[in-house]
Design a protein around this ligand. Structure first.
Ligand code: NAD
Length: 263
């Protein structure tokens, strides 16, 4: 089935690493025109260089999801270069590991600002452009923490739960403009964000995952590209869980280890 993504203009926020970078590659492979922003000049430049070596072109520039003006300017540059915007992926995200009771206001504000408010700001900028094209798609990066919060990662869990609600509300509000809004809920994916945890508590992290392995950025990118495509044309306000079957049951590892016998 044709994805119908050729020449579609895609913006990916914070897309120079991990899930965002792999999503950029997958859209490029589908013939889309891809634009990525990040906060650090050197990081986005080296991403652009690596994409060039793979035979593609990606438009990159600096912008920060905490700063609405910088995102508006980026969108204007993309429209000038590619003629419009069809798909916007709110991918940028951060986390601060700290118990809620001892977390200071700066940390709280920063995570909420990037992970939740940044999604609203990005969408707000994208909407008139996508509407002008007659419709399109917004995809938000949520997290398994939105379904089952993580102790000491409370701000992130709260922000991502907010993303799920925002996705549903915007999906309903934007349907008359033919803009579908969905989110993906990654389980545990091996990226810069998680490398430290994988290095220290790998066994504990694998325990609830039925498939007994971490996801790869491309596992999530495939879901994002699908949701943006015509194949998902009747999917709106959905949260697509891509987690290798995390917390399907209380004893995810029993089928592997046969603790209880009976097979
Ligand atoms: P990552 O750290 O590689 O990617 C996040 C990107 O966002 C980085 O490039 C970072 O520089 C950028 N960024 C952060 N703050 C920004 C800002 N204010 N403005 C612009 N860019 C900013 O990690 P990732 O795992 O690829 O994360 C991508 C998304 O997936 C995030 O929203 C994250 O919360 C979500 N997610 C990841 C996992 C996982 O296990 N890796 C699980 C659930 C959800």
């Amino acid at each position: 089935m044709d994805m119908n993504l050729t020449d579609k203009v895609v913006i990916i926020t914070g897309g120079a690493s991990g899930i965002g970078a792999e999503t950029a590659r997958m859209f490029l492979n589908e013939g889309s025109k891809v634009a990525v922003f990040g906060r650090t000049q050197s990081k986005i430049e080296s991403f652009s260089e690596s994409i060039k070596k793979e035979g593609y072109e990606v438009f990159v520039d600096t912008a920060d999801t905490k700063n609405m003006k910088s995102m508006e300017l980026f969108a204007e540059k993309v429209v000038k270069k590619y003629g419009g915007i069809d798909i916007w992926v709110n991918n940028a995200g951060i986390e601060h590991y700290v118990p809620l009771a001892s977390c200071d206001e700066d940390k709280w504000n920063e995570v909420i600002d990037v992970d939740l408010t940044g999604v609203w700001k990005g969408s707000k900028i994208a909407i008139p452009y996508i509407a002008k094209r007659g419709g399109g798609s917004i995809i938000n990066l949520s997290s398994f923490c939105s379904l089952m919060p993580t102790a000491k990662n409370g701000i992130y869990s709260v922000a991502k739960a907010g993303v799920n609600a925002l996705t549903k509300v915007m999906a309903a509000e934007l349907a008359p403009q033919h803009i579908r809004v969905n989110c993906v809920i990654p389980g545990f994916i091996a990226t810069d964000m998680t490398v430290e945890q994988i290095g220290t508590i790998e066994d504990m992290l694998l325990q609830p995952i039925s498939m007994r392995k971490f996801g790869k950025p491309e596992d999530i990118a495939k879901g994002i590209v699908f949701l943006a495509s015509d194949n998902a044309g009747y999917i709106n306000g959905h949260a697509l869980v891509i987690s290798g079957g995390k917390f399907l049951v209380q004893n995810s590892q029993d089928p592997w280890n046969n603790y209880m016998g009976g097979y």
